[in-house]
Write a protein that binds this ligand. Sequence first.
Ligand code: XMP
Length: 479
Amino acid sequence: MREGLTFDDVLLVPKRSAVASRRDVSTATRLTRHITLHIPIVSANMDTVTESDMAIAMAREGGIGIIHRFMSPQRQAAEVARVKRGESYVVENPLTLPPTATLRQAQQLMEEQGIGGILIVDGERKLVGILTTRDVLFAEDLEQPVTTAMTPQERLITAPVGTSIEEAKRILREHRIEKLPLLNEDGTVHGLITSKDIVKREKYPHATRDSKGRLRVGAAIGVRPGFLERARLLLEAGADLLVIDIAHGHSDNAIRAIREIRREFGDVELVAGNVATAQGVRDLIEAGVDAVKVGVGPGSICITRLVTGFGVPQLSAIMECAQAARGTGVPIIADGGIRNSGDLTKALAAGASSVMVGSLLAGTTESPGIIVIRGGRRYKVVRGMASLGAAFSRQRAEGEYAETGQEIDWEKVVPEGVEAAVPYQGPVSDVLAQLIGGLRSALSYAGAFTIEELQANAEFIRITSAGQRESGPHDVELL
Ligand code: XMP
């Protein structure tokens, strides 16, 4: 019988270090074959963790978020679109309305899409004006047409297609305006440059962006009937990668789904999981994935191991899987069980290129769901996607089950996840700052300037329960 270890069973042995400052190290890594990240953290595709707000925050900080799939395909695609529309160098398809639209319609559209302005165009897509949130703020009659409140074309500053960002910045500054429509020669709208995008580009220099400057985002899909249609909608909405996410990823179902996605959509960036063995990794790579997600049962809200008796302690799983992936160019994403920056470092040192985290981020402002007060403290809810609560959720009823047309027999549901409360943590950027600060410090203990060097230099040492006790605060009364 083999022995399996997890994070608390080991420590990393310190190495001679040439790192003079935590600022000198790089936390950059590969998420998939073709997507790189500035920080090795992915927010989990759980309905209490990642929708568009979380995905935007994660990408701005240099990580990425995977939008969960427990909603209708249309809504999931809209969440993806919201991230892609969030910021870019040039908004290529700015939202438009005809001059006959009412102020109410414009207001609704701006709220739904989380944007500050709409271009008003005629039937030939020629620009006739711009309407911003400020224009409708104090409007007395929202049934009036947008033309009554917009800034008309003759008072607008515009620029021709091909205007550089630097030039746009100069024009915006000179005229003290916030939006610069780019027009084709015939006056039709080509795109839009906004001061907000330029500011954000400078504020988040390490953000995870695509070639057009839009934030990157991933989206989860399953393997039940309807998954190809969901995938199509997500890709049309601009998803940068698809994650085939099922509890037992080393299955014929998953492999069939990978092949079908490849056949249908060619070389889209594709992640699949979860697996916990070398053979699982090899089979998914052979089927054609760009990254493999590893973890069966380590998640904070998982009870798969209790319910089924199956699983592999996460550190051993990562080591075995990373070993199997070596030389193939396919990175490993370690999913589940990360509680702090020490676990993050151990997962990377064991061979993962990035980690996926759930409950660690579920308590942040950007996670879906509201703050609840218990005993005077603030909490948010996190739940396993195989928990009873998640199965019951309305979103899910509208989504996955509506898609497959299958009725659920509630009495026969065997949950493999739990629901829990996690302390409210404030913005995700604060949590990431702690995790990444810890990782930078860890790299200096490893004598490593990069995550690859950490992996090359890593020497694990097994510890006893006495060593484990020594590792935390002990023999003091915590304040
Ligand atoms: P953490 O520890 O970061 O783990 O909260 C998040 C990961 O847990 C997995 N997950 C589940 N596993 N039953 C399970 O066995 C569940 O109900 C469940 N929900 C989520 C998932 O891989 C996630 O990324």
